[in-house]
Design a protein around this ligand. Structure first.
Ligand SMILES: [Zn+2]
Length: 230
C-alpha cells in the first residue's frame, strides 16, 4: 500500500491510503471474514464501504449516524466530518478520489467514466460545501491509462459531449481509446478542486501491483481509503 497525508488546520491530518495486490482483494463480494482480516491489517477504524453503482449518489455521514447501518449503502461517494471511520472506494480500473477541505470535511469517490459523466465529482463537491468545506483538494488513485483503454462508439461520443475531444486517446495498439484521467482533470477544474497528489500508475500496465478488469478480467479490487487523523 501507499500512504499519503496532509494537514487539516493546526492539529489534524487527512490520511489517504492506496492499496495494491499485496494488501489482498478488497472487493466487497469476497468472504466477509477474509475481508475483515484484510481491512484490520490496514487500519482498525470501522470501514464505511459502499455498493458502488457507477452513479452520482453521495452518502453524507452525519455526527449521530450509526456507521453499521450505513455500510453497504448504494452510492459512489461518501462525505463526512467525523474522525471515527474510514471512507473507501474499491476499483479495478475506475478512478478513485480522496477529497478534503481545511475545515476537515473529507470524501472518498469512485469515478469511472459513467460516474464522471453522471456528475459524481460535482455532487460530492456540493455535499462537502454544504457541510462547511471551502477550499477542496484531491488525491487520485490508480486507474487504467489511455494507452490501455480501448473505447468507442456511442459511449465515446457521449463522453466527448460531456467533456471535450481531449478525452479521446490512442491505445498502444493504435485503437481509439478513452483518457479517463483527462475527463477527471476537467471535472476537478470545473468544480474548483485542486489536485495535490495521486498515484499515476496504470492498473492494466502494472499487473504485478494492481488488478484490472479490462486487461485481465480480474474480479478482485484494490481500494483508496481516506480518513481524518486527530
Ligand atoms: Zn496502461
Amino acid at each position: 500500500m501507499q500512504h499519503w497525508s496532509a494537514p487539516l488546520g493546526a492539529d489534524r491530518r487527512v490520511r489517504v491510503v492506496v492499496t495494491d495486490r499485496s494488501d489482498g482483494d478488497l472487493s466487497i463480494n469476497g468472504d466477509p471474514h477474509d475481508l475483515a482480516v484484510r481491512r484490520l491489517a490496514i487500519t482498525d477504524q470501522p470501514w464505511l464501504w459502499l455498493r458502488q453503482v457507477h452513479g452520482a449518489e453521495v452518502l453524507m455521514v452525519r455526527p449521530d449516524d450509526d456507521i453499521a447501518g450505513l455500510v453497504g449503502t448504494c452510492a459512489d461517494a461518501a462525505v463526512t466530518s467525523r474522525s471515527d471511520l474510514v471512507l473507501c472506494a474499491q476499483s479495478a480500473d475506475c478512478a478513485t478520489i480522496a477529497l478534503w477541505s481545511p475545515e476537515g470535511v473529507v470524501a472518498a469517490v469512485h469515478a469511472g467514466w459513467r460516474g464522471l459523466q453522471a456528475g459524481v465529482v460535482g455532487a460530492t463537491a456540493a455535499s462537502m460545501r454544504a457541510a462547511g468545506a471551502t477550499e477542496l483538494m484531491a488525491f487520485t488513485g490508480p486507474s487504467i491509462g489511455p494507452e490501455c483503454y480501448e473505447f468507442g462508439g456511442a459511449e465515446l461520443d457521449s463522453m466527448v459531449a460531456a467533456f471535450d475531444a481531449s478525452i479521446v486517446a490512442r491505445t498502444r495498439s493504435g485503437a481509439v481509446g478513452l483518457d479517463v484521467r483527462a475527463a477527471l482533470a476537467i471535472e476537478l477544474l470545473r468544480h474548483d478542486i485542486d489536485r495535490v497528489g495521486g498515484v499515476d500508475s496504470c492498473t492494466a500496465c502494472e499487473a504485478d501491483h494492481f488488478w484490472s478488469h479490462r486487461a485481465r478480467v480480474d474480479q478482485e479490487r484494490q481500494a483508496l481509503l481516506c480518513w481524518i487523523e486527530s
